[in-house]
Design a protein around this ligand. Structure first.
Ligand code: FAD
Length: 475
């Protein structure tokens, strides 16, 4: 298809940031938009699936940051739409640690070694990574490794102020709703896209449309898709994940400047995998303070973090185990049967040999999904905001959005939601200044080599909102 019609804005990606960006544009009168989405649905990394007769969340599961001074906008949306949620208290996990013999820590005599392991894991988080002499010893025992894993991968808030908890509060709520977390996105989309009985019929949303090439010049953007179609627009908002940007699934003509590519490559991508297991009956201790439990193994992160789903869905008989990074990649590469075998072995270590086999398993593959390439961005703790600003900075008519462009809330659903609005605001400013320029043409001249493009881009941002035209060199 060759869409000769030119839109005002093309939005690539229909996850939370793409949908919130599109809604903000529509709310401000920009309705000739086209949303190009590679998969067959909206939602991106917010995705439910029916498993064992309930809805489980393969991607985002929690609304993090509730109960503070400022309202978390995603929590507000959840309340407006009546989304069912349950309070989660992760902190109980560290009091339910099982070793390979099924012994539970911390208990009796073991509590001293437990306390030592917690203290040294916290000390390691707080210590200056450059000063090796001051670093405490690396964790060695299974209990130390498990605690280190939990503190680093799940509970960093305890030692590192995380903006989400500082701004919105420290409580977290698990979405436990048959309509899924993605219901929030459908409600948002309904406000500006034509829908019928909850189905989006609006032909401004193009599903199964994989963007492969973006040509950009001062005159606008041309997008080429995998099915050979072409779309034209004045501006483009690119909301694909940082992992997709790193994978070079999309090529740019002219290419992105070197500083931009370097910034994109510097951001770490976290892989986080929730594996769901269905059982014929419950054999684990239940109750709120038992919701999370830990398995201590000599390999760090080996089926460490467990959760029962009895609080979310009583009687569902489902357990969830979370793996991260290398363990996630390893499990993604093997068969689900092999993963089931490993998980059962671990459960038998904890609960004994008489437990029943799981009747079903669900293993999401976020790393191998070429439209995700990971779970979320993970900026190094010591990185300042320059890196995220470079990743977010527009290039000509291309505006970047997504959770990875949020300075305060990267990695979270609310980060993606707020980033979408923020990017659309910047674009609206740009459009306003473009209109003014048409009335009062004036071109500022900046001279330099192509390597100076970054400076030109900064200059461009400084001039945004003024009636000064952009230097040719940036385009
Ligand atoms: C396992 C997991 C657990 C998580 N847990 C939580 C949690 O509990 N709480 C929380 O707040 N956050 C959590 N997150 C993070 C949260 O899901 C993300 O931060 C957020 O959903 C990202 O939204 P986005 O719009 O930035 O990106 P995405 O949702 O990735 O949207 C981008 C869209 O672009 C599309 N796309 C990609 N390439 C192309 C292409 N070439 N052409 C067209 N379209 C393309 C994709 O299909 C996708 O729909 C989790 C994520 C994962 C994966």
């Amino acid at each position: 298809m060759d869409s000769s019609k030119r839109s005002s804005v093309i939005i690539v990606g229909a996850g939370v940031s793409g949908i919130s960006a599109a809604k903000h544009l529509a709310d401000n009168g920009i309705e000739d938009i086209v949303i190009l989405e590679a998969s067959d649905r909206i939602g991106g990394r917010i995705r439910k699936e029916c498993f064992g007769s309930v809805s489980v969340e393969l991607g985002a599961g929690w609304i993090a940051g509730v109960g503070g001074d400022l309202p978390n906008p995603v929590w507000e949306l959840a309340n407006q739409t009546g989304l069912r949620t349950c309070f989660s208290d992760y902190s109980n996990a560290r009091f339910n640690i099982y070793d390979r013999g099924g012994k539970i820590y911390p208990s009796g005599i073991a509590s001293d070694s437990y306390k030592k392991a917690v203290d040294s894991a916290i000390q390691r988080l707080n210590s200056d990574a450059d000063n090796i002499a001051e670093l405490p010893e690396l964790p060695k025992t299974p209990i130390e490794l498990a605690i280190d894993f939990i503190l680093h991968d799940f509970e960093m808030a305890e030692v590192e102020p995380i903006s989400t908890y500082v701004d919105f509060g420290e409580r977290e709520f698990l979405v436990a709703d048959e309509r899924g977390y993605e219901y929030l996105l459908h409600k948002m989309a309904e406000t500006f896209l034509l829908t019928c009985d909850g189905e989006i019929l609006d032909n401004r949303l193009k599903l199964n449309t994989v963007v492969r090439e973006i040509q950009h010049s001062r005159n606008g953007v041309t997008v080429k898709t995998e099915d050979g179609s072409t779309y034209n627009a004045n501006h483009l908002i690119l909301s694909v994940s940082i992992g997709v940007l790193q994978s070079r699934l999309i090529s740019f003509h002219p290419p992105l400047p070197r500083w931009k590519k370097e910034a994109i490559d510097k951001c770490d991508v976290m892989v986080y995998t929730k594996i769901f297991l269905k059982f014929p009956y419950k054999f684990w201790p239940s109750g709120e303070e038992k919701e999370f439990f830990i398995y201590a193994h000599e390999r760090r992160g080996y089926y460490t973090f467990w959760q029962h789903m009895e609080n979310a869905y009583p009687g569902s008989n489902i357990l969830v185990v979370t793996l991260t990074n290398e363990e996630s990649k390893r499990v993604e590469a093997q068969s689900d049967q092999e993963t089931l075998r490993e998980a059962m072995e671990v459960l038998r270590d904890m609960f004994g040999g008489n437990i029943p086999n799981a009747t079903d398993i669900l293993v999401p593959r976020w790393w191998n999904n070429r439209f995700q390439r990971g779970s979320y961005s993970n900026y190094p703790i010591i990185s300042n905001n320059l890196l995220v600003r470079d990743i977010k900075a527009p290039i000509g008519n291309i505006f970047f959005t997504g959770e990875h462009t949020s300075e305060r809330f990267s990695g979270y659903v609310h980060g993606g939601y707020l980033a979408g609005i923020d990017t659309s605001k910047s674009l609206l400013e740009e459009m306003k200044s473009d209109n003014q320029n048409e009335q009062q043409p004036f071109v500022l001249e900046l001279r330099g080599s192509p390597n100076d493009l970054h400076r030109y881009d900064l200059a461009r941002q400084m001039f945004m909102g003024s009636n000064v035209g952009m230097p040719e060199a940036i385009l």
